[in-house]
Design a protein. Structure first.
Length: 59
């Protein structure tokens, strides 16, 4: 698997996971939403860093 395919797979997995976690917010108390958003922000920032220029997944 080349770097571009791997990056696309990582992006797709991250998108799927993020959508699932956001869909679960309705079942959680509003006070817990901030924790979820903070966690997602950290995860998405890490993935974008890996996919961006100079990241681990760049070609």
């Amino acid at each position: 698997m080349d770097a571009e395919d791997e990056a696309a797979r990582l992006a797709e997995q991250t998108l799927h996971s993020t959508r699932e976690r956001l869909a679960e917010l309705d079942a959680r108390p509003t006070a817990e939403h901030v924790e979820v958003f903070d966690s997602l922000h950290q995860e998405l920032s890490g993935v974008l860093g890996a996919l961006g220029p100079g990241g681990a997944q760049s070609s």
